[in-house]
Write a new protein. Structure first.
Length: 593
């Protein structure tokens, strides 16, 4: 059982996992990409494999749903890097070389790059960290200009992508695997030197809205590189139009901005911001990607996450600018009407309505109102009143402004949303409390209070700068101990995902959330029944037939909650499922009983 219903998307037409022939047509031919000769990495090893996301790869099913064979397949297909020095292909076997393609894309979010500066499409996968490509801007910072990806960065991006995939309304692009290249990057500081493992971050090949935009600010080492840019845009429109049809492409343009608006609103309310919001950090179906700047936040203050970016809560302005930019190219290269002011106004009106509605709905959910009740209230007759209450609430917290560029400071305006359920709510929370009293009474109010206490907790373990140093120290201990890194890194990722989770798809009736259990083969959302006080687990996902292989069948489920498993107890080392024959499972857990 896998909770993936209710996601935005286009049904049979996928933009987050482009089929091989489509990816080749878009990113490995003509003007759309720059060929890059890659050499087999010197000592490739699998450091982490996403056993959830691999189920979406046709190659996994072609290999008989064998995780070991799939890991070997990814190593064979993706473990390539730009050679350190020019070398002739005849110095090694043909299998030690491959031609990859750095895909061109544009938009305002890529600075002076012309597309993928350290990423390439390698044998049908999008691989970050292959080395410096011709599309990197000549003024790129040291980390990007090196062309590599690094183990701490890869682990951190993976943790965020797993949490965002599980919680956000529009999901996220997953990391399929982290591969050790066998290379080490040495950083020379003014006083000290440090080193990091160079790795490859493997993801599905996807279509970004930025693929439809020009890279006007590209500062290429070779100035003639920019000459192919407009031809590339035309080729993308032709290829995508052939893939999905003109009508669906127009429909997806409309749907994309409404989904993006939902993503922005959810991120702000739940204080988990991807930052770097641009048409290059999102898939054309609304899934988010590239989480290097992502961070949890201490409050709803106006927080600057990266120098030069707008503070949190003002991200919708980026969406407006992006809609106008993309509409220009769609109008010029696809459908003239899409570039007209009337069409743009229609897109922005729908997106803004989606944004306001999601803000209101998610604030109610953060206060413990169940999703279906919150959605009905946020779009019902009292919508304007609810939006006004939410707007005044945000204004209270937004009196404060600070940045988290170097560290995460404590908020001067305290995060006190759970106090809305106190007998005497603080003055700034009283209008919201009056609304909640109308939406939840008696036992439902007590359940809402308990949900609020769980879901609205701050996530200090996901404060970006502090998380970087903590992960780097933990990774260095693993490497220095000389252990095979895959097992401890997998445990580290599972533990961080479990600890960082607050929300999910499952909201069973007469129950409140109380934790998560995460293993390489499954994820469980843990609940307490408000009737009996007993605990149970809803299966968020599992590898094919994982629980069935353990003897867990329909008969093992709670009698009054089909599909849910009885839980006896859990601790930091694992969870014990109840029933006639209790079963202990090793996994990372979070929450309280």
């Amino acid at each position: 059982m896998n909770a993936r219903d209710g996601r935005p998307g286009m049904g049979a037409t996928a933009f987050d996992r482009l089929p091989g022939p489509v990816a080749l047509d878009l990113f490995a031919s003509g003007a759309s990409a720059v060929p890059v000769q890659l050499q087999r990495a010197p000592a490739p090893r699998m450091l982490w494999l996403n056993e959830r996301a691999m189920a979406g790869d046709p190659a996994y099913h072609a290999l008989g749903q064998d995780a070991v064979a799939y890991a070997a397949h990814l190593l064979a297909a993706c473990a390539f890097v730009v050679p350190a020095a020019p070398a002739a292909a005849d110095t090694a076997g043909a299998e030690d070389w491959t031609t990859a393609h750095a895909d061109r894309y544009g938009g305002p979010g890529i600075g002076t790059n012309g597309g993928s500066g350290r990423t390439a499409v390698v044998n049908g996968y999008l691989v970050k960290g292959v080395g410096k490509t011709p599309l990197i801007g000549i003024d790129a910072n040291a980390a990007h200009s090196s062309g590599g990806a690094y183990l701490e960065e890869a682990v951190r991006e993976t943790i965020f992508s797993e949490i965002v995939e599980a919680e956000f309304p529009g999901s996220a692009i997953p990391t399929l695997a982290i591969i050790d290249t066998g290379l080490v990057q040495v950083w020379q500081g003014e006083l000290t030197t440090s080193s990091e493992k160079r790795v490859l971050i493997v993801r599905p090949c996807m279509l970004r809205p930025a693929h439809f935009e020009r890279a006007h600010s590209f500062l290429a080492a070779n100035p003639t590189e920019g000459a192919l840019d407009f031809a590339r845009v035309q080729q993308v429109f032709h290829g995508v139009g052939a893939y999905c049809g003109a009508g669906p492409l127009r429909d997806q343009f409309l749907a994309f901005f409404s989904t993006w608006a939902q993503q922005l609103a959810y991120a702000y309310v739940h204080r988990l911001s991807p930052s770097g919001n641009s048409t290059s950090n999102i898939c054309f179906d609304g899934k988010l990607l590239d989480f290097g700047a992502c961070s949890s936040l201490p409050s709803w203050a106006r927080i600057v996450m990266v120098h030069g970016s707008p503070p949190t809560g003002e991200e919708f302005d980026i969406l407006v600018q992006s809609a106008r930019s993309l509409a220009y190219f769609f109008g010029r290269c696809h459908d003239g009407e899409m570039g007209q002011d009337g069409f743009i106004a229609q897109v922005l009106q729908a997106a803004h309505a989606s944004y306001r509605r999601t803000l209101a709905e998610e604030v109610l959910r953060l206060c413990g109102i169940p999703r279906h009740h919150a959605a009905a209230a946020a779009s019902g007759a009292g919508q304007a009143r609810i939006e006004a209450i939410v707007g005044r609430l945000f204004a209270h917290y937004r009196k404060e402004r600070f940045d988290i560029v170097d560290f995460t400071p404590s908020s001067a305006v305290a995060w006190d949303l759970p106090d809305v359920w106190l007998a005497q709510a603080p003055e700034h929370l009283k209008p919201l409390r009056d609304l909640l009293d109308e939406l939840a009474t008696g036992a439902s109010a007590d359940a809402a209070r308990r949900r609020c206490r769980f879901i609205s907790r701050t996530r200090p373990e996901l404060f970006r700068e502090e998380m970087k140093y903590r992960l780097l120290a933990a990774i260095n201990r693993i490497v220095q101990a000389g252990h095979a890194e895959r097992a401890p890194l997998t445990a580290m990722i599972c533990g961080a995902v479990a600890a960082g989770r607050r929300d999910g798809r499952h909201e069973p009736d007469q129950a409140v959330p109380c934790g998560f259990a995460v293993a390489p083969q499954f994820s469980l959302a843990l609940f307490a029944c408000t009737r009996s006080g007993s605990h149970f687990a809803a299966i968020e996902w599992e590898t094919p037939a994982y629980f069935a292989a353990l003897g867990i069948t329909t008969a093992s489920c709670c009698a009054d909650r089909p599909g849910c498993l009885p839980v006896q107890d859990w601790d930091q080392a694992g969870i014990t499922l109840g029933g006639v024959s209790p079963l202990r499972l090793a996994c990372a857990t979070s929450g309280w009983q």
